[in-house]
Design a protein around this ligand. Structure first.
Ligand code: HEC
Length: 228
């Protein structure tokens, strides 16, 4: 067998040849964004999209899903069925994007407000309890007064999940013992946590759910989830 060392220069040759090509790529003719060009009549280098073209993924045919409106009015229905997964997702997104101002229970006293931002109204007023679902969706989509819009941060499906969760919050905050399943203590027992106390950056860890036979105190450890 011949020594592979002999072939080394041969192997390196295409690498060197390719490295030479790179220089041309650095010098491609191109326009800087929005630079002037006298190639076209309107002197713009940036071209308008051809009339009627729609970018991939941006064909918003289902108007209600993207606006919360039916004609000029806000609709009052969900554009897809709500199940436990939707509410869990809505709770999670709400706690990330809305709770900093609106608080986790929606009374409008979130941490940013405690530090001086304009206080939003509580969700637990008659006006907002009766607000159509499409209205809540629209506030997130277009913003409202001092509140910025969240259309860029939160995709439409998640915004609807938040709408469903706000309605659940409104129900739970105005619930009476008659709304609770029989046998359920009102107010419910506080959740039992395990491990070290959470820091501001970590969520508390719930103790594993105790079996049904155990005393009533331990059997309600999942009550922290009750707002769903
Ligand atoms: C930076 C703070 C802030 C965040 C975050 C925030 N909001 Fe608001 N929100 C406000 C303020 C302030 C108002 C009242 C605005 C006004 O009256 O000018 C408001 C008002 C509202 C209203 C009531 C509108 C009305 O008719 O009175 C709803 C509903 C609402 N927000 C939903 C949400 C949802 C859902 C989210 C999360 C996606 C969210 N907000 C995130 C500050 C915030």
């Amino acid at each position: 067998m011949r020594s592979p060392r002999k072939f080394l220069p041969l192997l390196l040759l295409p690498v060197l040849a390719l490295a030479g090509c790179r220089q041309d790529m650095h010098d491609q003719p191109r326009f800087k964004p929005l630079a002037k060009s006298d190639f076209y009549g309107d002197l713009r280098s940036a071209r308008q999209p051809v009339d009627g073209t729609v970018a991939r993924g941006q064909l918003h045919e289902d108007t209600y899903f993207y606006t919360g409106k039916v004609g000029n009015l806000f609709g009052d229905y969900m554009p897809f069925p709500v199940n436990q997964d939707v509410l869990t997702r809505g709770q999670q997104r709400f706690n990330i994007y809305c709770a900093p101002c609106h608080s986790r229970v929606g009374d409008g006293n979130g941490m940013i407000v405690q530090r001086g931002f304009r206080a939003p109204p509580s969700y637990h007023t008659d006006r907002l309890r009766k607000a159509p679902l499409g209205y809540l969706f629209n506030v997130m989509t277009d913003g409202f007064g001092a509140m910025p819009d969240y259309a860029a941060q939160i995709p439409a499906h998640d915004r609807w999940a938040i709408v469903a969760y706000i309605r659940a919050l409104q129900l739970s905050q105005a619930a009476t013992s008659a709304d609770a399943p029989s046998g359920q203590k009102v107010p419910s027992e506080p959740p039992v946590f395990q491990g070290d106390p959470p820091s501001g950056a970590t969520a508390p860890e719930l103790a594993p759910q105790a079996s049904a036979e155990q005393s009533s105190g331990a059997s309600s450890t999942n009550q922290g989830e009750e707002h769903k």
